[in-house]
Design a binder for this molecule. Structure first.
Ligand code: UD1
Ligand code: CA
Length: 465
């Protein structure tokens, strides 16, 4: 069976952070995750990740999804792969893909096409390469009349070799059984005193095996990040690639300033994305929506014709024709049904809002089920937390909740219930009832005049008269 080894031992000193480099994020996902998903998309799920610097963070991130092996000392790429020998020996029958955990743009197509060539040419090893205008720093591919003879590292290359523009991406296919044998023979006899994985090519050829190079048309597969500037460049590249894909799908962008859309997001044709909009995770957005400006959508499902203006929405479902904003916070597990309207300064959490219900301004609805065509007045608060437990409120269809109503959960209001402004509801209210809770209103005539008199004297009152 085919498998993969991903090298993720690097520290990335120039990042100036206490974190393994492959965990730095490109469009919201660690570079390591991009590499893993390229494997998964190429139908390779048997993966061993080589960890080194702060390896426990790699384990924590992976959460047991894949095998890991520790490279305790950083002695080179060949030495890193040696740490995977027990994993390789589990099944020596197929081929092994080696990838770098900090080169996020390797893709499934390249992986599959390289494997096809690897098998067709009966190679012991096939290195994935690309042409670069600026090849400095990379291993150079030494081509011969009928193939390749090896890879020379920048530091070991002579002036002629340095002129070669075809470089090693750091990704390879090996016949697993050959890889195990070749790893046993590489030495650290080179400029960096490292065990170079690249030496396996010349060793395989010396054995009489075939070695080949698969040149990728897309040089981006090589891109990695050595410092924060590189990381920003990777993000910029990925961001524009994703936006480009949505443009082809019929999504409208007038200006992409501050627009960040993660790679798994789906957006329907005719939807307009306005500046300052960040759409994250596996969000799905319908057709003809208007999202933004200044909106965050994370892991949400939106129907068609949804309008979000200055909204922060997390793990929520928003059905067709809903308009929200400005300045609205949707916390997780909120469901807003068709045609509802949510206006400014509203917070919703773990609640269902029924069809065509309006919450026009300044309200908190948490842990609640609100029916259809209800009207929630300004300042309504579901008092869902007593300091120990959270409880639910139910508001029936066609209810009209007056301004500044407090609903002390758990409480159920039936169909078409009215509450008077300022009411605190502490018991269930049956269908068609009015809940009104009013203290006696005292009006003390002349109060202000008496108060002012004390402060600034009789003259003021005289003047007023
Ligand atoms: C390596 C290749 C070079 C290629 C380049 C592509 C070798 C000898 N050279 O160069 O031909 O053009 O990648 O980027 O293989 N790593 C470990 N443990 C180690 C050393 C490295 O896990 O002891 C990991 C790194 O974290 C990284 C990958 O291996 O993910 C590549 O290492 P890096 O130091 O970037 O390799 P280069 O010397 O740049
Ligand atoms: Ca490198």
């Amino acid at each position: 069976m085919n498998k993969a080894v991903i090298l993720a031992g690097g520290q990335g000193k120039r990042m100036k952070a206490d974190m393994p480099k492959p965990l730095f994020k490109v469009l919201g996902e660690p570079m390591l995750e991009w590499v893993i998903s390229a494997c998964e998309n190429a139908e390779i799920s048997d993966i061993c990740v080589i960890k080194g610097f702060m390896g426990e963070m790699i384990d924590e991130y992976l959460g047991g999804r894949y095998t890991t092996a520790l490279q305790a000392e950083r002695l080179g790429t060949g030495h890193a792969v040696m740490q995977a020998i027990p994993f390789l020996k589990n099944d020596e029958s197929g081929n092994t893909l080696i990838l770098c955990g900090d080169a996020p743009f390797i893709d499934a197509e390249t992986i599959k096409n390289a494997l096809e060539m690897h098998i067709k040419d009966n190679n012991a090893v096939t290195v994935i390469t690309a042409e670069l205008d600026a090849p400095k720093g990379y291993g150079r591919i030494i081509r011969t009349e009928n193939g390749i003879s090896g890879i020379v590292e920048e530091k070991d290359a002579d002036e002629e070799q340095k002129k070669i523009t075809e470089v090693n991406s750091g990704a390879y296919w090996f016949r697993t059984a050959d890889l195990i044998k070749l790893l046993g023979r590489i030495t650290n006899n080179n400029a960096q005193n490292e065990y170079y994985l690249t030496d396996t090519i010349a060793l395989a050829i010396a054995d009489g095996s075939n070695a080949g190079a698969f040149k990728s048309e897309n040089a981006e597969i090589i891109r990695g990040a050595n410092d924060r500037k590189d990381l920003l460049e990777l993000n910029t590249y990925a961001r524009l690639e994703v936006i480009g894909k949505h443009l082809v799908n019929g999504v409208e962008f007038i200006c992409t300033d501050g627009v960040v859309i993660e790679r798994d997001v789906e957006i329907g044709a005719g939807t307009q994305i306005l500046p300052g909009t960040i759409i994250r995770s596996k969000s799905v957005i319908g057709k003809n929506c208007k999202i933004g400006p200044n909106t965050v959508v994370e892991n949400c499902i939106l129907g068609d014709n949804v309008n979000l203006h200055a909204v922060q929405a997390f793990s929520s479902t928003i059905e067709e024709g809903v308009a929200i904003g400005p300045y609205v916070h949707l916390r997780p597990d909120t469901v807003i049904k068709k045609g509802a309207k949510i206006g400014d300064f509203v917070e919703l959490k773990n609640s269902t809002i029924g069809e065509k219900t309006a919450i026009a301004h300044l309200a908190y609805i948490g842990d609640s089920d609100v029916g259809k065509r209800a009207n929630i007045g300004c300042g309504t608060v579901t008092v869902n937390y007593d300091g120990i437990e959270k409880s639910r409120c139910v508001i029936g269809d066609n209810s009209f909740i007056g301004c500044n109503t407090n609903l002390i959960a758990p409480v159920t209001l039936g169909k078409a219930v009215y509450t008077a402004a300022g009411t605190t509801v502490t018991r269930d209210v049956p269908d068609y009832a009015l809940a009104i809770d009013r203290g006696v209103l005292n009006i003390k005539e002349g109060y202000t005049l008496r108060k002012l008199d004390k402060k600034i004297g009789q003259s003021h009152i005289a003047k007023k008269k």
